[in-house]
Design a protein around this ligand. Structure first.
Ligand SMILES: CC(C)(COP(=O)(O)OP(=O)(O)OC[C@H]1O[C@@H](n2cnc3c(N)ncnc32)[C@H](O)[C@@H]1OP(=O)(O)O)[C@@H](O)C(=O)NCCC(=O)NCCS
Length: 199
């Protein structure tokens, strides 16, 4: 089981079956917020669907394909972050994530992703981490950007969201480019961002 402390209030740990009811309640009370960018909301309508999701993540972890974590704030689930199945032949993986609306705007997901990127390189020994995000999903795109990922391009019609396709902006980090936790992963608080030079 993977478990890490992010700060005094927030920690990550592998999802377990007992989380299903609480996880479902968080999803259910954040439907509109999550549905804008995630494709699985209409297929998740009962706690049993959360059980099935968690079981799938546990099978994936047991097959050494990467794990999925609950994000806990003061012991309560506020989101999920995890790996898509690792592509061992290419030593490459993708990270996916979501947060309850009330937990957005505090830097929690950037810190969680920083930890999972470091673990992908140092724990699993991978070479490449991808974070794809819908082109219009500014909050999601800001995470790989804060972490110093390179925008490699746009994947057209990459994902079907209920009634329309969205293009994905594909971000990636290579092991040789990762400065990781030591240097804060490139995050500057908004107030400290340099202002744009005027022409
Ligand atoms: C994508 C999502 C997780 C982003 O959440 P988020 O809260 O914006 O991301 P973070 O937790 O990293 O927080 C960043 C915010 O906290 C601020 N912040 C404060 N302290 C910070 C710190 N130490 N480090 C980074 N950011 C910090 C940042 O300035 C930023 O706020 P701003 O956007 O107002 O400038 C969330 O919007 C979400 O779950 N959306 C719906 C599902 C979704 O889109 N999933 C991704 C699909 S690809």
């Amino acid at each position: 089981m993977f478990e890490r402390r992010i700060d005094d209030a927030v920690r990550l740990r592998t999802l377990r079956e007992e989380d299903a009811e609480e996880l479902f309640q968080v999803v259910d009370s954040n439907r509109a917020h999550l549905r804008q960018w995630l494709p699985w909301l209409d297929a998740n309508t009962t706690p049993n669907d959360s059980v099935a999701f968690i079981q799938a993540t546990l099978r994936q972890e047991a097959a050494n394909q990467g794990f999925t974590c609950a994000i806990l704030l003061q012991g309560h689930i506020i989101g999920v972050v995890g790996y898509h199945p690792i592509r061992w032949s290419n030593r490459s993986v993708e990270i996916e994530y979501w947060l309850a609306r009330a937990a957005v705007g505090r830097g929690i997901m950037t810190q969680c992703c920083r930890l999972l990127v470091s673990y992908a390189f140092d724990g699993y020994g991978l070479n490449r981490v991808q974070i794809p995000a819908a082109v219009g999903n500014g909050r999601s795109r800001a995470i790989p950007e804060r972490l110093g990922f390179k925008l490699e391009g746009t994947i057209r019609d990459a994902e079907w969201l209920y009634d329309h396709f969205v293009d994905h902006a594909l971000y990636a980090m290579l092991k040789r480019g990762w400065v990781g936790e030591q240097q804060g992963g490139g995050y500057s608080p908004p107030a400290a961002r340099p202002s744009k030079p005027t022409p």
